[in-house]
Design a protein around this ligand. Structure first.
Ligand code: PRT
Ligand code: ZN
Length: 286
């Protein structure tokens, strides 16, 4: 029988859409995404299981699912025996300590003997144990940000992305302990056939990640600017240079990383590049 990869993704929540989108970008077409419990991929040997993110580490450890997509924070907290095989570049957030904004923060020892509300007790206890600080932990399932306002705790430890939830609840972030993003996890004893399928999937995920983090740029420039432009453009190898019909001018093509993109454009303008076109890259295979 042909093996199928069973991948667990979040049923409904912040990572659901992005997880499905990632599979789609990997060329995997899914028939029924009405998210009952399962769906089949039409053109890849894959079955998609829709679960609560809290349950995914356990299912992957036990092999009920071969793979899972969820926040790394959830993987640490559940502390199951699974492999983290790839960072996925979405669902970025941090886990932070916050206290009422009128309190004076004196450094991490501020928390000695204090009570902290969180849905991530394991991560928090480990952190304070390493610091040698004793805290009391109040574990709650949700709405952690209201815990100080109602007198349940002195501080909170929660996920933060923009920070606006903290501000709205009269809190200030005093220590960002760790960063997290969505990750792909795998069962530790996949058979060879499943391992090969995982490699195939990883190859596609990496091509998509590289492509979406890069831009293709094309520009015209006078030939005397070419050496300078080659220095500015990091490129994969060297840029491609094609002569234009107009004597003394060339068209230059290259790839630029998204995070250095604007600096590169500014530098190119300074050396007389013009007609700069920027295009999205769908996939990039190196
Ligand atoms: O139902 P299920 O158990 O599957 O979902 P869930 O409610 O446990 O998780 P969900 O969907 O809220 O989040 C899933 C994952 O998204 C988390 O485990 C994180 O890895 C990631 N993530 C990224 C976030 C956020 N950003 C985030 N901002 N998860 C939660 N939040 C919360 C945060 O706690 C705060 O209360 O969103 C609120 C707004 O944050 P600010 O800072 O932008 O105001
Ligand atoms: Zn959850």
């Amino acid at each position: 029988m042909e093996e199928k990869l069973k991948i667990a993704i979040q049923k409904s929540g912040r990572l659901s859409e992005k997880s499905l989108e990632l599979l789609k970008e990997c060329g995997i077409k899914i028939s029924n995404t009405d998210r009952k419990l399962k769906a089949e991929a039409r053109n890849f040997p894959m079955e998609i299981l829709f679960l609560r993110d809290d349950d995914i580490p356990q299912y992957v450890e036990q092999g009920v699912a071969d793979l899972g997509i969820l926040g790394e924070n959830e993987v640490w907290e559940k502390d199951k025996d699974v492999d983290i095989v790839e960072q996925l570049g979405f669902g970025n957030c941090r886990l932070s300590l916050a206290i009422p904004k009128e309190e004076e923060y004196t450094g991490i020892s501020y928390f000695q003997g204090k009570k902290i509300a969180t849905s991530y007790p394991k991560i928090l206890l480990k952190y304070f144990a390493e610091k040698g600080i004793d805290v009391k932990i109040e574990e709650i399932g949700g709405s952690v940000e209201i815990a100080t306002g109602i007198g349940l705790a002195d501080g909170i430890f929660d996920i933060v992305s923009t920070g606006s939830t903290l501000i709205m609840n009269g809190l200030k972030e005093v220590d960002a302990i760790v960063k997290s993003e969505a990750v792909l996890i795998a069962n530790k004893s996949l058979n060879d056939e499943k391992k090969a399928l995982l490699e195939k999937l990883l190859f596609r995920i990496r091509a998509y990640k590289k492509g979406s983090g890069s831009k293709y740029i094309v520009m015209n420039a006078p030939n005397e600017s070419i050496p300078e432009i080659c220095r500015i453009l990091p490129g994969m190898k060297s840029p491609s240079i094609l002569p234009l019909a107009e004597e003394g001018w060339s068209s230059i093509h290259s790839v630029v990383q998204e995070d250095e993109f604007w600096d590169v454009i500014d530098a190119l303008k300074d050396v007389k590049a013009q007609g700069i076109l920027v295009m999205n890259i769908e996939k990039m295979i190196l």
